[in-house]
Write a protein that binds this ligand. Sequence first.
Ligand code: ZN
Length: 146
Amino acid sequence: MQTKGKVILRRLAPGGDLLEEISALARREEIKCGTVTAIGAVRRARIGYYDQKSRVYRERELEDPREICSCLGNISLREGEIFVHAHVVLADREGKTLGGHLCPGTEIFAAECRLDELLLRPPERVYDEETGLSLWPLPEDDGTEN
Ligand code: ZN
């Protein structure tokens, strides 16, 4: 089975929000299932760490410019809508890195993004009691063996 769909390479607008720009690109290209990568730099960032005990995201503001050493994510569906989940590793001027869940509030300085569409049935996020997160179903829950 052919599972590889289109590949999009796009520079994202400076000053835009990194997560929102990636999400808008996926929606514009109607990619419901796929992967995301991006590199570049941000003017400021907001990254999250999920506190597994209290089940809330602890968000951290990074006010200084940083390199996007890695931005990896996936595209699937949440409540029927195209949804991007991404994580970043960001380096400061010394090369020291911090990473986490990419939150809204990360401002693009320069970003080159790649979306890879997968021609599979898109996973639908569902609320997961065990973690408190909106996650893909486990294989035994949805009957698929992707
Ligand atoms: Zn995450």
